[in-house]
Design a protein. Structure first.
Length: 252
């Protein structure tokens, strides 16, 4: 069977986006990595939030091999991926005013911590209020979004602002409005979204920058190893014991 032309086109589109992000967001990635390193060395904790499919990039940096043990998922019930039925409820909850404040008020997040807010469009009430309220509580906020949406769409928050307007550092994924890279004759809707690929790469690049900065500070990054390699469980047990006060995805 011959190679799919459309499959190849998607790979090309994703590779082009990754190259663009690498080149154009290098300074912001470095700034975000420095903010993470500063938070860790000062005793702070790390959190990641994303709604809908944006939650995939948040989950990708929590409790994983090669990831920071102190990165925690800030979950909002009903909006983490498609874990709720009907799935459309998650989209509706993103537009509810006041939900972000309720989540933060009942979370362990506190002044001195750092929060990633991941939202492709950055236009809905939930990510905007999450950033606004987190900064009011004294957290640093890193926004991961597509800035293009602010030029091509209207905000759904009462302030008329977007996620990008309420962050200490913004990482722009460069994803085009609509999140679909391909069109084809005979197919009515655009398809092949690349936001998950690019946003996850942005997150992992930022964590790599943070690890580099920690080493420069003389601090061992609190990294987890794979539990499927010899010695992995023992390594992880040591790291989790050392940082247990900053880890909220485990008991005890």
């Amino acid at each position: 069977m011959s190679e799919s032309k459309l499959a190849g086109q998607f790979f090309d589109a994703a590779i082009d986006l990754l190259a663009r992000v690498r080149n154009e967001e290098a300074d912001n990635i470095a700034a975000a990595g420095a903010a993470i390193a500063d938070t860790i060395t000062s005793g702070g904790r790390l959190f990641a939030f994303g709604a809908g499919h944006s939650s995939l990039a948040a989950q990708d940096v929590v409790y994983r091999a090669g990831g920071f043990a102190v990165m925690n998922l800030l979950a909002v019930p009903g909006v983490v991926g498609v874990d709720v039925v009907p799935a459309t409820l998650g989209s509706a909850l993103e537009r509810v005013d006041g939900l972000a404040a309720a989540v933060l008020d009942t979370s362990p997040a506190r002044a001195g911590d750092l929060l990633f807010v991941i939202s492709l469009s950055g236009r809905n009430a939930l990510p905007v209020e999450m950033a606004v309220n987190a900064r009011a509580l004294g957290l640093k906020v890193i926004g991961v979004t597509s800035v293009a949406y602010a030029d091509a769409t209207t905000s759904r928050h009462v302030s008329g602002t977007f996620l990008k307007d309420h962050c200490d550092v913004v990482l722009d994924s460069k994803i085009s409005v609509g999140d679909a890279e391909l069109t084809h004759e005979g197919i009515e809707a655009p398809f092949a979204p690349a936001s998950t690929v690019v946003t996850s790469a942005l997150m992992q690049a930022t964590m790599a920058a943070a690890a580099e900065r920690l080493v420069e500070k003389g601090v061992e990054p609190p990294l987890l190893r794979s539990g499927n390699v010899d010695g992995g469980h023992e390594w992880n047990g040591r790291v989790m014991a050392e940082y247990r006060e900053r880890i909220f995805f485990r008991h005890g």
